[in-house]
Design a protein around this ligand. Structure first.
Ligand code: TYD
Length: 206
């Protein structure tokens, strides 16, 4: 029925937000899912990231994981009339891999988008959590074993890519100030998701 995605650089508090949404949106009975996903393809992605095999290998595995995610979770859930809320989705690829593939593949964003065009499901709404990179890094520093994405230069670039996407698609993206109090963030996003679901139903009745 409706596909909502949550995006943002590492350290923006996506996990905290998702946990709060589980409490606040119980009555809507959403399907919560994520990328990289729960299949063995998702495991392969995590392994490639941990071993830092090669940026193209990593990017194509992320796309393979997306295909598996669509086939096993997203399409069946949407067909069953569910609200699907995904922790990361295609925009993660367009933001992160356009940075990691810079200088390796010509026009990486175009290449990545072309791999999704025509068959992937575009989200109805995307909440982009935005935070100064210093604050994101401070939140991450308590976690052990940072991924190679979690470096200042990478996160700065990834976040500016995300903000470019939001400017290009203002109807789909909602920018959320992740420095706000966590209850305030959760309340705002939960209300906005309810509105998306209500609009989706209205749209269907027409
Ligand atoms: P993350 O949501 O942080 O998973 P975990 O909590 O298991 O670490 O995602 C892992 C990393 O993968 C994160 O740094 C973002 C990155 N990523 C991409 O680079 N491209 C993608 O397409 C996706 C989905 C994630």
């Amino acid at each position: 029925m409706v596909l909502v995605t949550i995006e943002g650089i590492d350290g923006t508090g996506k996990s905290t937000l998702l946990a709060a949404l589980r409490e606040r949106l119980k009555d809507l009975d959403p399907v919560y899912t994520r990328e990289p996903g729960a299949t063995w393809v998702g495991e392969a992605v995590r392994r490639a990231v941990a071993e830092q095999i090669d940026p193209v290998t990593e990017a194509t595995l992320f796309v393979a994981d997306h295909a598996a995610h669509l086939a096993t979770v997203v399409r069946p859930s949407l067909a069953a009339g569910k609200l699907v809320i995904s922790d990361r989705y295609s925009d993660s690829r367009f933001a992160y891999q356009s940075v990691t593939l810079d200088g390796i593949i010509p026009g990486p964003e175009r290449w990545l988008r072309a791999m999704h065009d025509g068959w992937s499901v575009v989200p109805d709404k995307t909440f982009l959590l935005v935070i100064p990179v210093d604050d994101a890094l401070a939140r991450l520093s308590t976690k052990s074993g940072r991924e190679h994405f979690e470096r200042r230069e990478v996160l700065e670039k990834v976040q500016s890519r995300y903000l470019e996407f939001a400017r290009a698609e203002p109807g789909r993206f909602v920018i959320v100030d992740a420095l706000l109090d966590k209850d305030e963030v959760a309340g705002f996003v939960a209300d906005a998701i309810r509105q998306v679901v209500a609009d989706g139903k209205k749209h269907k009745r027409k």
